[in-house]
Design a protein around this ligand. Sequence first.
Ligand SMILES: Nc1ncnc2c1ncn2[C@@H]1O[C@H](COP(=O)(O)OP(=O)(O)O)[C@@H](O)[C@H]1O
Ligand SMILES: [Mg+2]
Length: 265
Amino acid sequence: MLSPEIAIAGVSLRFAPPGGEVRSHLALSDVSFTVKPGEFVAIIGPSGCGKSTLLRLVAGLLGVTEGDVRVGGTKVERVPGGIGFLFQSDALLPWKTALENVVMGATLAGRDRAEALDKARFLLGEIGLAKSADKYPSELSGGMRKRVALARTMAYEPRVFLLDEPFSALDAQTRIHVGNRFLKILETLGQTVIVVTHDIDEAIAMADRVLVMTASPGRIARAFDVGLPRPRDYYGTRFEPGFRDLQEGIWDILRREMEGVLARD
Ligand SMILES: Nc1ncnc2c1ncn2[C@@H]1O[C@H](COP(=O)(O)OP(=O)(O)O)[C@@H](O)[C@H]1O
Ligand SMILES: [Mg+2]
């Protein structure tokens, strides 16, 4: 058996702002799961349940309160190499063109200027933005900026991709278009991926496995194996046999978790 690329074991995280115990907040409680090399996992859960926090732990941007996070077998104690993180905001540099933003990713991966330029042009072509290479972020639509941010992350050639709600800022139709592009690229690359989303259909359409989290403090309530054939279509996959059962199973848990949150308010 392959050893896991990502291993989360008994992880709890308590945010402890000044002011002591009263103001501290348990964001994650005893979270455990592993992700195999090349596996595509989606994490879904109610707002505020700790999804972004979990990704930040894997990326080494935060430290655990309890438990153990490993990437490639090594305990995460600082930002590990080989991780590409696509944040909820696209975080492009506004004073650089699309091309130069992507070149940055390739330079970080150790490419010289000529190689980085070749790589960046190739990736912009792959995501359908060859003609916009010399535009600045402010001249691009939200969907285009997302795609540039993905190309920049890909140029870095990470072993592990962490995507935090990559499409949440996009309107429904752009989402399908950009989602399809992402899915095709990620399926071709075959890297290890964790995508955080709050969209059930998106989680099923993209992932090999969907982890459903409880409301805060977040735990893994259940894991669903998706098992639908690949390559998949971001929208069309929802008409495949088996999709509906997964949708119902996941919704059943999410509904209960959300009702719990509302009852507490
Ligand atoms: N730096 C922080 N300090 C204190 N509390 C935080 C911090 N970051 C997140 N939280 C809290 O932790 C919980 C989980 O946040 P987050 O991981 O962003 O949730 P999600 O991404 O699932 O919506 C929320 O209640 C949030 O307010
Ligand atoms: Mg979040």
